[in-house]
Design a protein around this ligand. Structure first.
Ligand code: NAP
Length: 293
């Protein structure tokens, strides 16, 4: 159990909103670094204990991080996809070094993919490893919450579309498991130094995903594979920015080679429970996949 102050970033995001209540259950000294204090106060609600600090800081503004990290022992570093993610997190790492932090726990992802975001994470991990600070890297695979986007078509039809080959499997991770892993690692000060944890759930194909949707939602749902150019056209019309489309095209190419099929038991070994299943994820968020027309 670390006695020092822990700074947490990305607390209002996909995994952060699950992480905050887990940290609140532990006897930790916490400081949340957020862009908008009032918005974060509402979002985090009861996860903010009476002694929890909320401090305004923006990853685009290194000086704000230098101020916010004074007195901090451990930095938990997580932020959303962005074309400037590497610069943003470099700001945080350099500020942590300048402020005298001792340890960084960084949420990365699969750093082996030849795509811009994983490449940024890989460079950031190398920067941290060379800094002399103690560190742990969390590397979850494809989030199940990506299905809110990938299977957005289920709101209007019983089919969803992507360019990922139907016979390829990908191991999908429930973001709640990512939060469980992060909480366990953050709270165990010296137990995970120097480690990089590739975290996954079970490996499933998009046909398996369609079968699971059908079973859980009691509908006859299918996956339709299209070629990458058709898919680019669809997501361009949906308003996806071009940098993210190019990133995803590279990820699709990597996935098509089976590069995301690996399965680990990191959740069981460190978070202490089996990885949540896709079935449970769809059941728990079934409303988000319901037909609206
Ligand atoms: N999606 C996947 O399949 C997957 C898989 C493995 C790893 N990952 C990695 O997981 C990480 C998080 O991705 P996510 O999609 O789940 O995002 P997320 O955590 O939901 O990201 C949004 C969070 O980042 C904060 N943030 C954004 N810009 C900021 C800034 N300039 N300064 C300070 N905070 C800022 C947001 O704060 P506000 O409330 O202020 O907006 C929010 O708390 C990424 O690094 C991604 O590569 C994702």
């Amino acid at each position: 159990m670390p006695e020092g102050l822990i700074a947490v970033t990305g607390a209002t995001g996909v995994t952060g909103l699950h992480l905050a209540p887990l940290l609140a259950e532990r006897e930790l000294r916490l400081r949340y670094l957020v862009r908008d204090v009032e918005k974060a106060r509402v979002a985090l609600g009861a996860a903010l204990g009476p002694d929890t600090e909320l401090v305004a800081a923006d990853l685009d503004d290194r000086a704000s991080y230098e101020r916010a990290l004074v007195g901090v022992h451990t930095l938990y570093l997580n932020s959303g996809h962005s074309p400037v993610l590497e610069q943003q997190q470099t700001n945080a790492i350099e500020a942590a070094i300048a402020a005298g932090c001792e340890r960084i726990v960084k949420l990365s992802g699969n750093i082996d993919s030849p795509a811009p975001i994983p490449e940024a994470h890989k460079a950031l991990e190398a920067r941290i490893a060379a800094s002399g600070l103690r560190y742990t890297f969390l590397r979850p695979n494809f989030y199940m919450t990506n299905l809110h986007y990938l299977a957005a078509g289920l709101k209007d039809a019983d089919v969803f579309i992507s360019a990922i080959p139907r016979d390829v499997t990908m191991s999908m991770t429930d973001p709640r498991d990512v939060a469980d892993l992060a909480a366990a690692v953050i709270a165990d000060d010296a137990g995970h130094d120097g480690q990089g944890y590739y975290q996954t759930g079970a490996a499933v194909s998009l046909d398996d995903v369609a079968d699971t949707f059908s079973r859980v939602l009691d509908r006859d749902i299918h996956y339709r594979m299209v070629n990458v150019d058709v898919w680019k056209d669809i997501v361009t019309k949906r308003g996806l920015p071009s940098w993210l489309i190019e990133h995803q095209v590279k990820m699709i190419g990597f996935a098509a080679n089976g590069a995301y099929s690996y399965v680990t038991n990191v959740t069981g070994e460190i978070a202490g429970h089996p990885a949540r299943t896709l079935e449970a994820f769809i059941a728990d968020y079934s409303g988000a996949f319901a037909r609206t027309s």
